[in-house]
Design a protein around this ligand. Structure first.
Ligand code: NDP
Ligand code: PYR
Ligand code: MG
Length: 764
């Protein structure tokens, strides 16, 4: 998160964030990143009697008789504790239990986001191994698995080993094994690309703690010769006979060598693993390495050497870091969610070596396969394809969930630790895919696509604090240039009050002083002169209405896309935008709202912005365009035309135009599923549909809802975020000849950034 503007080497990072942005994100709304949700209704006295006293006595008594029933009657089977004492928080050192909580909450969030594993962070305030072991041991019954995190070596080895012996659920120190598995996967592929055999490859690991020792063990188990693996720590090389700063785990990896420093050890080495601290590897040290060196600088949050520095000195290197904002992220996030998913699903007693190797091989294999469209663009701006810039899958790769847990579960069954084997692994793989929402990745895919083709986006309300923050975030995220329309002194005052600076990717344009107003006025006059506008009317509009000015910037091609709406009502902002930007030929202007529900997945709703009572032709065109938008987001569209009536009952005038829209599509046989008219519950609940309307053509729950009118659409999308846990994004304006997005007033900075990215994406 440093400000690297004075860095002499070019900064190729992508999704950069500032310290201020990170703090704001953690503090916003409900502080932190987690909350607990109920899975059963607790509304009536009957609910209470079932869920609590007296009903709850029944599962208690059954579990007392047969402990395995805890998996049937409680959350245990999908519940993992992320436990730390904060003695090795990332590479930041011993920050203590409390300060480790943001990382632990983050790990729980990753468990949920990437593998639908529920978790809770437990920060245990002791550095005494026995006390820590006891705390975890006594908490064991609650959980299906224990993920130990950021506990320093050597205590972590004692803690993990002891807990594995005494607990009957998987205990896994993520910094050891998660890291080793992901690093091993990356190493397999990097060796493949550089034509190296593992048995002849020489590795130097800087760090001799939790992650380093586990990496050394795994690569040796995979075929590296022990004498080819050299560890270094704060005292230099871990050589045989050394006495200072040693422990039994380091001794197990000590080698006979004359090398005493990291620099000595790196002479002719093929691979460097950094599991130590920021900046530990210097360019001069890298110079000593063999041709095509492999550098995994894995310290977090800042690596042992930055990719820019590494490449500047060794352009022949394959470089990876632990961070999300560079290509090749070698980070245990690719491991622990999926490893636990597989282990929990077969109710594995433990996570053994066979399961770890299976996870590593499955990760390595995935990176060598062709990358699907939804993850096809990397943060580097190049298409993702197996090679030096893509040796390991991206954390957002939707294939991870259906591959790695299957490999882990299979290995658990074959090695005899699965208590609940899965008979049909192919089916299990398909079920895993359904655990994740395909469209949840859509926004990240959109950001990545824009990063690969950075765009100039104008923010019409450039003096507003939230807009300025969003513009800074846009530039910092590597999405392109953000242009703020506003007065320099006003913007400077806001920026200085915020205590931040404007990064180079943010420009300011003062509409009044801009030398472009005459050009824009002439361009707009040429468009509108036959519609009752005099030149001086147009001039006044361009000079005085920021939305018109900004829309002219887009219309004339000075920028690629426009964002507005933060301070003006939708209709007023739309009027300004529409002066200069018209619907694309053959298209209908409409609003598309993404409703991202945590349980039931993403549903697209249209039209949520423009047509009060759309006729049949408009509804049909909205359906076509919404279906193709769904496809671009990775969904297989299932379009339901909604109404208060279902297939003719009850009768009314509105369902008539909805039915006619369906008939229009029937005449052209589009390449997506659609049907209607139907009520919302019929659209979303296939069981209900199957029972009452078996002829309905939709093969699953509808994921595109075409609304019969603005009334219903507005009420639905405005009410849902308040009544449910779903998030809404939009309305996204569709169908304009040039992209412009009108955001809801008072939108947060992250959502503004998403809308700017969506606008930029529409210009690609
Ligand atoms: N990318 C990823 O997925 C992961 C990255 N990591 C990173 O690895 C690093 C270590 O974590 P972890 O193993 O859990 O921590 P530990 O505290 O267990 O180990 C830290 C090790 O680093 C060594 N070390 C510290 N400073 C230096 C230095 N300047 N030169 C050489 N060695 C040094 C220590 O040496 P000594 O023994 O002499 O004290 C110790 O051996 C952290 O930066 C962490 O972020 C960890 C897990 C996952
Ligand atoms: C990624 C991780 O677990 C660490 O750096 O500690
Ligand atoms: Mg860690």
């Amino acid at each position: 998160m440093d400000d690297t503007r004075n860095n002499p080497v070019p900064d190729t990072r992508t999704a950069r964030v500032t310290a201020e942005e990170a703090l704001a994100m953690h503090a916003e709304g409900r502080p932190g990143k987690l909350e607990i949700r109920l899975t059963k209704p607790l509304i009536t006295a009957r609910d209470l009697s079932l869920a609590y006293s007296p009903g709850v006595a029944e599962p208690c008594l059954r579990i007392a008789e047969n402990p395995a029933l805890a998996y049937d009657y409680t959350s245990k089977g999908n519940f993992v504790a992320v436990i730390s004492n904060g003695t090795a928080v990332l590479g930041l050192g011993n920050l203590g239990a409390l300060a480790s909580k943001p990382v632990m909450e983050g790990k729980v969030a990753l468990f949920k986001r990437f593998a639908d594993v529920d978790g809770i962070d437990l920060c245990v305030s002791t550095e005494d191994a026995d006390e820590f072991i006891n705390a975890v041991k006594y908490l064991g019954p609650t959980f299906g698995g224990i993920n130990l995190e950021d506990i320093k070596a050597p205590e972590c080895f004692v803690i993990e080993q002891r807990l594995r012996e005494i607990m009957d659920i998987p205990v896994f120190h993520d910094d050891q094994h998660g890291t080793a598995i992901v690093a091993a996967a990356g190493l397999i592929n990097a060796c493949h690309l550089t034509g190296r055999k593992l048995s002849e490859t020489r590795l130097v690991i800087n760090g001799a703690g939790a992650a380093a020792i586990a990496c050394a063990e795994l690569v040796k188990a995979m075929g590296m010769k022990p004498e080819h693996v050299t560890l270094c720590d704060t005292k230099g090389v871990v050589y045989r006979g050394r006495t200072e700063g040693m422990n039994q785990w380091k001794s197990g990896h000590a080698v006979s060598t004359a090398a005493r420093t990291l620099s000595d050890a790196l002479e002719g080495a093929d691979v460097f693993f950094g599991l130590s601290v920021k900046g530990a590897l210097t360019p001069a040290m890298m110079q000593r390495m063999a041709p095509n060196p492999i550098i995994f600088a894995m310290a977090n949050p800042d690596p042992e050497i930055t990719p820019e520095e590494a490449r500047a000195i060794r352009p022949d290197a394959i470089v990876a870091t632990g961070r999300s904002d560079y290509p090749n992220q070698v980070n245990n996030v690719l491991g622990f969610p999926f490893i636990f998913r597989g282990a929990l699903d077969v109710r594995a007693r433990t996570i053994n070596d066979a399961m770890k190797v299976a996870a590593a091989e499955s990760l390595a294999q995935l990176a060598r396969e062709e990358v699907p469209e939804e993850v096809a663009r990397s943060g580097t701006g190049r298409r993702l394809a197996f090679g030096p810039e893509y040796i390991i899958p991206n954390a957002f790769d939707p294939r991870l969930i259906s591959r790695v847990p299957v490999a882990v579960a299979k290995a658990a069954m074959e090695s005899g630790v699965a208590q609940k084997p899965i008979a049909d692994l192919a089916r299990y793989s398909r079920e895993l895919t359904l655990r994740l929402d395909a469209a949840a990745n859509a926004l990240e895919t959109i950001h990545e696509a824009v990063r690969a083709n950075p765009r100039r986006v104008v923010f019409a309300e450039g003096e507003e604090e939230r807009i300025i923050r969003a513009a800074i975030a846009y530039a910092n995220a590597g999405l392109g240039t953000a242009v703020l329309v506003g007065r320099e002194d006003r913007i400077a005052a806001v920026v200085s009050a915020l205590g931040i600076g404007l990064p180079p990717g943010v420009e300011i344009i003062n509409a009044r002083l801009s030398g472009n107003t005459t050009r824009y006025a002439e361009w707009l006059y040429a468009k509108r002169q036959r519609e009752g506008f005099l030149f001086r009317d147009i001039q006044r509009l361009v000079n005085q209405d920021r939305n018109v000015f900004a829309a002219c910037m887009v219309g004339t091609g000075d920028v690629d896309a426009l964002v507005t709406g933060e301070t003006r009502s939708f209709s007023v902002a739309l009027e300004g935008v529409r002066m200069a930007i018209e619907p694309a030929p053959g298209k209908v202007l409409f609003g598309l709202t993404m409703m991202v529900a945590r349980r039931s997945g993403t549903v697209l709703v249209a039209d949520t912005a423009i047509h009060e009572r759309p006729d049949a032709a408009t509804l049909a065109q909205i359906a076509r365009d919404a279906a193709s938008a769904a496809r671009r987001m990775g969904l297989t569209p299932r379009v339901a035309f909604l109404s208060f009536s279902t297939f003719g009952d009850p009768k009314g005038s509105i369902p008539g135009s909805v039915r006619d829209a369906v008939k229009l599509l029937d005449q052209e046989q589009p390449d997506f599923e659609y049907d209607g008219e139907m009520a919302a519950d019929v659209a979303l609940n296939p069981a209900l549909r199957g029972a009452l309307y078996p002829f309905c053509r939709l093969t699953g729950p509808a994921n595109v809802l075409v609304m019969p009118g603005l009334h219903a659409a507005h009420i639905l999308t405005k009410a849902v975020p308040h009544l449910t846990s779903a998030t809404t994004i939009g309305p996204i304006l569709m169908g304009l000849e040039k992209p412009a997005q009108i955001v809801p007033m008072q939108l947060g900075v992250s959502q503004l950034l998403d809308m700017a990215s969506l606008a930029a994406y529409q210009s690609l």
